[in-house]
Design a protein around this ligand. Sequence first.
Ligand code: XMP
Length: 330
Amino acid sequence: DWTMGRFVDKEIARIKALVGEKGQVIGAVSGGVDSTVAATLMQQAIGDRFHAVLVDTGLLRLNEAETVKKTMSRDLNINLAVVDAADLFLSRLKGVTDDPEKKRKIIGNTFIEVFQEKAKKIAAEAAGSPQAGEIEWLLQGTLYPDVIESISFKGPSATIKTHHNVGGLPATMNLRLIEPLRELFKDEVRVLGKELGVPEEHVWRHPFPGPGLAIRILGEVTPEQLRIAREADHIFITEIQAAGLYKKISQAYAALLPVKAVGVMGDKRVHSQVIALRAVETTDFMTADSFEFKHTFLKRVSNRIVNEVDGVCRVSYDITSKPPGTIEME
Ligand code: XMP
C-alpha cells in the first residue's frame, strides 16, 4: 500500500532513470512550499546536477531572499543561484499607476527574461564540466489540482496558470518538463516535505504570489512604497505568529492603499497613507472568508504599524470575502 516513504523512493528512482547518469535539471524556486519540496526531491535524486534559481525581483517580503537562501543552500544542500534583479524590475514598473494587468505582465515577462538569461549561463558552465551533460530538463512544481484545472480549462499542463506559478516558464526554452509533484495534493506535498527534511516553518508557509508586493501596493511601485508595505507586513505577520494564529490563517498580508488621510501624531497633524490588512481562511483558494480576529489583536497591530512605520497614519481591516473580493488586491 501507499506510504510517503515509498513514494519518495519510487519518485527518486523515476527521476534518476529519466534524467540519466549525467543529465542536468534547472528550475526556478520561490521559497514557497511547492518549489522548495520539488527542489529538495531533485537534490536528493541527482545532487548538484539540479540547479535552482531564485530570482530576487525586489518585490519580496522583508528578509525573504536571505531566508530562502539560507534554508535552500545551508539546510537543504540545494545548488542554488540567486539573481538580484530588483533594479530591473523596479525600472520596468516605473510609472505604472493604474493598470494591475500591466503590472502583472511586466513582472511575468521580466521574470522569464531574467530566468532564461541565468539558465543560459548555467548551461554554458555545465557544458564545460566533464561529469555532466547538457541541461535538458526544467523542473516544475505542478500539483495535481493544477493538472486537473489545465485539462478541464486550458490545455496541456505545461501552459497552466502561467502567471500563477513561479515555474510557469515558456516552452520556447526547449527543455523537457519534469514534474515530481503532479500526482499530489497540497497537504500531501507538506507531508512529503516533512519526510524529506524540509524545515517545519517552510512546510507551513502561506502562499506568496509571483508578482509579490507589487500587487499589494495599489498604485505605483516605488522603493518608498515597497519599504512601507514591507515594514507593515512584517509587523502583521510577526504578531500573527506571536498570537499562535499563523496555521489557522490561510494567507495574510498588509496592503498599501494609494490614498492619504489626516491623522495626529504627537502634537502634529500628518497627512499620510493607509494600510489595509487582509487575512483569509480558505481550503481551496477559490472561495475565502476574512479571518475573525479579536478586536484587541487588530488594535495592537494597528498601533504598532502607525507608530513604527514612517508614512502611515491609519490602518484598516479588509473584511471582504471571495467572491466578490479576490485574495490579492490587484
Ligand atoms: P486571488 O487574488 O486570485 O488569489 O484570489 C488566489 C491565490 O492565488 C495567488 N495568486 C498568485 N500566485 N502568481 C502566483 O504565484 C500570481 O500572479 C498570483 N495571483 C494570485 C494568491 O496569492 C492566492 O493564494
